[in-house]
Write a protein of this length. Structure first.
Length: 324
């Protein structure tokens, strides 16, 4: 994978933050062989130029919570307004306009059955101009979530990537986020690089207590630190969602194979009209065609593929806004 607008150091910094989003600039600088000031300057520029944000994400799969991919077919003049309204919800992510502006694709991560029903059985069916709702429950993630797509880029060599592996303590219990954790988690959802004094202020807890609880949340994988950025600025402007039907006996092997493809940014088994959902990023429509007709199309066990081209991203992991 090559960048058309960023140089090697930019891509290395993005990959480093994907490895450990809370790593100190001094640590990243040592691994990359540059100064702290250079890393800080590049970081600020990436925030401004490619929409870089470092934020915490709740791992719904680890927490035992449902995750759904929704396809909302809308009248052409309403899709953007519906997508924008969905983007304001804290339980949504990866929202895009697709299919010529008549479809909204949305990931939702309800934290309770009530939250799920309020959206899927309440608000959406009663929303004017939504003419069809297709829901796909995510069953098993083959690639995505805490596995960052940039790991496939080779921006960092194996030794550099190993040096930036987060130092996580051994989990002391199951993955869970308690009501007392909510102020800490919400602060990190706004800014995954918030300092301990800032987290202390946000939570009203001592700095040592904040450090211990954050370490426990990360170790249990209830929470992970992720990065978001605009992939078109690193040379991959064509985002496509694939709705794949595989033979049941081949479902796992097909999912694993797609997860290894450099183009695949997200791959999950699903319950719904198809049994696999994947997001792929390519440099051009010609490259997308080569992928569909080549390595994907020749996989044994695939019975059907539907492709949906994304026209514009409305939301990735967080509501659009200024980056830290």
């Amino acid at each position: 994978m090559e960048s058309h607008s960023l140089d090697e150091l930019d891509r290395q910094l993005l990959h480093a933050l994907e490895r450990d989003g809370r790593a100190a600039f001094s640590r990243i600088a040592t691994v990359l062989g540059v100064s702290d000031q250079t890393v800080a300057r590049r970081y600020r520029r990436l925030c401004a130029d490619v929409g870089l944000k470092v934020i915490a994400v709740r791992d719904g799969q680890r927490l035992g919570q449902d995750q759904w991919m929704l396809r909302l077919r809308c009248t052409p003049d309403s899709a953007e307004a519906i997508a924008t309204a969905l983007a304001r919800r804290p339980d949504t992510a990866w929202i895009a306009l697709a299919a010529g502006g008549t479809e909204v694709i949305c990931m939702t991560r309800p934290r309770s059955d009530g939250e799920r029903d309020e959206l899927m059985l309440g608000k959406l069916p009663r929303t004017p101009h939504i003419v069809e709702i297709r829901a796909y429950q995510m069953l098993h993630t083959f690639f995505g979530g805490s596995d960052g797509w940039l790991m496939k880029s080779g921006a960092l060599n194996e030794a550099q990537a190993a040096e930036l592996r987060p130092e996580l303590s051994r989990p002391a219990g199951p993955a869970r986020i308690t009501p007392e954790d909510e102020p800490l988690v919400r602060a990190l959802e706004r800014d995954g690089r918030a300092t301990y004094p800032e987290l202390q202020l946000a939570t009203g807890r001592s700095e040592s207590a904040v450090k211990r609880r954050l370490a426990a949340l990360l170790a249990s994988r209830a929470l992970y630190i992720d990065v978001e950025y605009r992939p078109e600025h690193i040379g991959f402007p064509v985002g496509t969602t694939l709705w794949i039907t595989a033979a049941p006996a081949a479902l796992h092997s097909v999912g694993q194979a797609i997860a290894r493809h450099p183009e695949a940014a997200f791959v999950s088994a699903s319950a719904g009209p198809s049994n696999l959902v994947a997001t792929v990023l390519t440099r051009s429509t010609a490259e997308l065609y080569a992928y569909l007709s080549g390595k994907l199309g020749t996989l044994e066990g695939i019975q059907h593929i539907e492709t949906t081209a994304k026209l514009r991203r409305i939301k990735q992991l967080s509501v659009p806004g200024p980056a830290r």
